[in-house]
Design a protein around this ligand. Sequence first.
Ligand code: CP3
Length: 347
Amino acid sequence: MTDRILNKALARQNFDRPPVWFMRQAGRYHSHYQKLRAANSFIDVCKVPELAAEATMGPIQDFDFDAAILFSDILFPLEELGIPLEYNPGPQLGFLLRTEQDFNRLKAVRSAEGLTYQFEAVKKIRERLPEDKSLIGFVGAPLTLYYFAVEGSHKNSLESAREGLTDGRFEKFCKFMLPLLTANMRLQAQGPVDAMAMFDTCAGDLSVNTFKEFALPAINYVLKEVRQAHPDTQIIYYSKGTGPSHWDCLMDSPIDCIGIDWRHDMVEVLNRYGDRFAIQGNFDPELLRDMNQGQLEECLREYFSPIKALPVEKRKGWICGLGHGVLPQTPEANVHLFIKLQREIFG
Ligand code: CP3
């Protein structure tokens, strides 16, 4: 185990200040990223390793987060399967998986060779990243990738995706996606990254029983293979819109940390789950975007205070962050204030 505080917290062995990083810390709210995007397409920033490394490093240089997250996107494995992918700025897929014929257009790609640009980016980032900072890789969870493949986004009517859980399309999708996703995680692990996140943005759409029946076996299939091949790579599983009854299903999965959204009380979650999981999250990204500095300071002090009051033993697996990604329009000054106060309070 390294001495990096993120990795110590993932091992629930961090007796120092809790580490901080944000999902989407490299994104449109940040002038560094805007400059990079003014000169390059989103896809080039993801696929040209020097640019991906530059995007990844921007928030480390400007805000001093404790961990970097590889600059990429969860949808590239869909492109590997033969679905054309563009961003404008939201993802646009060339076709959606609705019918038998749509599935016939997929390529059975089991190797992550086409995603080698992620591996190259990881190498370049590690060269630039200070020794004490961790690098996090990531993929999308099978269910979330399936929702995007069937619906094109997470905003449309989700009826077809729901039907596909029981009409065999989800199962078919998994036959294509799971070997590729496993290879994708292994590729990043070889980089090497210090930890890997699996983002399940759509998980909260499912009832607990449906989650258990469909989403969970697919998660476990991938993570068990990855754990076996890379036992030292710590795994974060983030899900949005879920709660304790979903998390209870994850107890036997090879997951070191659960990322939770802003709807939950962090102290309760640490008390209830802190002996099994490190916990990542969960400040509300809308508050970070919308509050002025005075309001935000007050709100953050209120948020941090009960967590700080816990015995260190109870929060040794807490990774401080947001309940979802940083939103565009978030003032950079608010991100600075968050980091400054967190360091001041937890010292
Ligand atoms: O966190 C980071 O700094 C690393 C970068 C990162 C991106 N996407 C870059 C990105 C990460 C971790 C992701 C994950 C991702 N991508 C998820 C899971 C997490 C979540 O946010 O729920 C999902 C569902 C996607 C799919 C995706 N990619 C969507 C829905 C969009 C459009 C959303 C938007 O913000 O407009 C993207 C595009 C995207 N991915 C952007 C960035 C910075 C914006 C594109 C641009 O710069 O033009």
